[in-house]
Design a protein around this ligand. Structure first.
Ligand code: SF4
Ligand code: SF4
Length: 439
């Protein structure tokens, strides 16, 4: 019987990690669909930012209550999963609490005690988050754009985390009551949670312990594989996303070398239009701006997968606040939706993309949304994982203006004026000082 258990365990373990590896491979392939971008400069600064923002969650605590609870969940959940190591060893070799024999009673006692305290904090945080998300009415968490799958996803992950913690306590509680002499006070919380266990027979307690152990193990594998389909992918991607973040000053215009060169040629009568490109100067791009996900860069695509759908960006967006049809969170969610659609297309067609007649522009993100943006950068500043929704808006606007000449009328008028009058206004340069005339 023990032998069968070990075999089943091994099969589940290999299948769980195998599926997860397959998802990671697909994720990597999808991100690589974007344009290459070189963000490997200023490495020490990048490590520091990643440590501070992704690991230290420095931007999360700007909203302290949510930030601290999020740290409980994050730290608690990650550390508790160290226990997975013990589960794997016990599962493969049929041992019971293997680490106790390695660490000794007192260190192991401290270890399990600390895990229980962390697990209690995780339970506290997920319960508060669930109430806050579903009953408390925080505006950014109850907006229409989250109806359907995004809301279900957020709730499912809280339910899974809660269930895993309950299984963890149940397993410990059953162990405590079946062999309290051995486990002493190893389990400072679970020993009080299940006082009725003391009435159960040893056999029943072993069944409860084993069932909770299996539930915990299968639950962790399920959680790991669920990540790829969930906004909770940020647990992993927050790290590379912050490392590869744009380190330039916010608002710095991303000029195209080829366009700058054209303008310089126009302004300089002595310029040689046939001069060889200067060192480091990029070629004229095949397409200006972005119409679909293939035109965005790889960091923008990674950001779409990293978005936590927290809505901090949307809650500070002046366009959204004043009722315009723009939500920076939705820009990221739609980019991910389109990216996932392209990914499925690749899977279906043996890795080759077959034109589906759709584009990110218009089929997912409308012109109205794009032109509602004031380019204020408030969303970029607010994002806890250094996502830049504005950069996507900006590239899509660039496509509309430079590839389709489809800027709004007011903007076209302004650009014509700049071209003809060297000023945004609709009158001749010679008339500029007319305002100073007496009549
Ligand atoms: S940059 Fe655009 S999308 Fe971002 S907050 Fe400002 S107006 Fe909103
Ligand atoms: S872009 Fe950033 S701030 Fe906006 S919803 Fe996603 S993670 Fe939150």
């Amino acid at each position: 019987m023990q032998y069968i258990d070990n075999v089943i365990f091994l099969i589940l373990l290999v299948a769980g990690f195998g599926l997860f590896a397959k998802s990671l491979k697909e994720l990597y392939r999808n991100i690589k669909l974007g344009r290459e971008i070189n963000r490997t400069d200023r490495r020490s600064e990048r490590w520091a930012i990643m440590t501070r923002v992704a690991l230290g969650q420095s931007k999360m605590v700007k909203r302290p209550i949510a930030g601290i609870l999020h740290i409980f969940v994050y730290v608690g959940f990650v550390i508790i999963n160290i226990e997975l190591l013990e589960i794997i060893i016990d599962g493969i070799f049929g041992t019971h609490r293997f680490l106790q024999s390695i660490l000794g009673d007192s260190v192991y006692s401290f270890f399990t005690g600390a895990l229980e305290v962390l697990a209690a904090l995780v339970v506290l945080a997920v319960v508060v988050f669930f109430i806050r998300r579903n009953f408390y009415g925080v505006k950014r968490l109850t907006m229409k754009e989250l109806f359907g799958w995004p809301k279900q996803d957020a709730n499912w992950i809280l339910i899974i985390e809660f269930s895993l913690m309950v299984a963890f306590f149940t397993m410990n509680g059953a162990d405590y009551y079946s062999d309290s002499a051995r486990f002493g006070s190893n389990f400072p919380i679970s020993k009080y949670l299940f006082p009725f266990f003391q009435n159960f027979s040893l056999e029943t307690l072993h069944i409860i312990e084993k069932s909770a152990w299996w539930f915990h193990f299968v639950g962790i594998l399920f959680f790991m594989n669920y990540l790829y389909y969930s906004k909770h992918l940020h647990i992993i991607l927050a790290f590379p996303n912050t490392w590869f973040a744009n380190l330039e000053k916010k608002g710095k215009f991303n000029n195209l070398d080829s366009v700058t060169k054209e303008i310089k040629l126009m302004m300089d009568p002595n310029a040689d239009p046939y001069a060889a490109p200067a060192e480091g100067e990029t070629e004229v791009p095949a397409k200006f701006g972005a119409e679909d996900i293939f035109d965005l860069n790889q960091h923008q695509l990674m950001s779409a997968y990293s978005c936590t759908e927290c809505g901090r960006c949307t809650s500070v967006c002046p366009a959204n606040i004043t009722g315009k049809k723009l939500s920076p969170r939705l820009i990221m969610m739609k980019t991910r939706d389109r990216l996932e659609e392209v990914g499925k297309n690749l899977n279906k067609n043996g890795g080759k993309f077959v034109d589906d007649g759709k584009k990110l522009l218009n089929d997912y993100i409308t012109k109205e949304e794009l032109w509602a943006c004031t380019t204020c950068n408030a969303c970029v500043e607010a994002c806890p994982v250094l996502i830049d929704p504005l950069s996507i808006i900006f590239e899509m606007r660039r496509f509309l203006v430079m590839e389709q000449s489809a800027a709004p009328t007011e903007l076209n008028l302004m650009m014509t004026n700049v071209e003809n009058n060297a000023a945004p206004w609709q009158y001749n340069q010679a008339d500029r000082l007319n305002w100073a005339n007496d009549n």
